[in-house]
Design a protein around this ligand. Sequence first.
Ligand SMILES: [Ca+2]
Length: 362
Amino acid sequence: MKKFIALLLTVGMLALSLLAAGCSGGKGNGGETAKDSGTAAPVESNPSDTTGAPVESSKETSSETEETPGSETEGEPHVPSFDTSGPWDGVNASVKWYIDADPREGYKLYTAYDFFGFSLMVNRSGLKENIFYDEDGMVIFDTDGDGDLSDEAGYSEQNVIIGDVFQGMEILLMNDVDLNGKDWWPVGSNVSLRGYFDGQDHTVKNFYVSTESALHHGLKTSYYYGLFGALAYGAEVKNLTIENETLKVELADDAKNVQAGGVASLLNSDAGGGGVISNVTVNGLTIIVSGNDVCASTPSIGAIVGVHANTNVQSNITVNDYQLIDNYTDETHSILTQPDNYQARDGKSELFLNCQVNMKAS
Ligand SMILES: [Ca+2]
């Protein structure tokens, strides 16, 4: 009888471990599927529904830990896992500004790492992928590419949030940030930003978006090129200076609906409230379009936005030193841009109040 029980236990444990192996394998696969579905169609689903409860609970736990700092001061001084003060490294991100925030005061971005954390939160919201972070609020990435985050430094299963499109919320830029010439993932690449971004007269400088950029950060393909991708549901971008921006639009066989703009790629339709840009200056914008592809639809290129698909007035926007380098050789789909260069299609020039685009002197 004892032998029989021991046998049962062994079989049971074997089954359990098989189940566990199946689960961890499924995690990786599930992630891939989420990425695929994110790219297949524009995701305008219900991110507001998915952003509710877990966000609140994560904030509660973080504020609880803040109220009991006593034990930490007695031990070794805490050394942060990462120095976020300098220019962006093109990889890492912080969400500390989010988990510690009182949303009533707005979400405050202080560093380039915070700014990328903002992009990551919006874009992962579209991908429906969780964001795990360490005790300093640095996002944990799968550095060894095995599809498993639990083997990464600083991982804790409790420290997790889901993405957010910031519907009706204010996001404040508190400093100038240097993106250091790295591959930028436009904020709202596969889902629209819905919040109010106030640059507070600060500058975001030195960034680059190419076909590869989204790939580097977890999305296979993005059709959006700009500091911001799509703005919708009343999203705003205001009081900001952008400096030294390059958009490298390479059109491949599967390219479609490519939209590139110095500030944002797409101001979405009026459904829910469109998107609004005001008081933004771009100093130094180069858009390079290349490729030769009969399958691609016409790429929409504008110095301010690629496509203005709503009836909101955009105001006080200036682009200086704009350069459009056209190496696109598809005879059936030449680049689409309107004579004023503000945009490529849909919006009327009357919807751009007190705006100008100054070409780079050749
Ligand atoms: Ca890993």
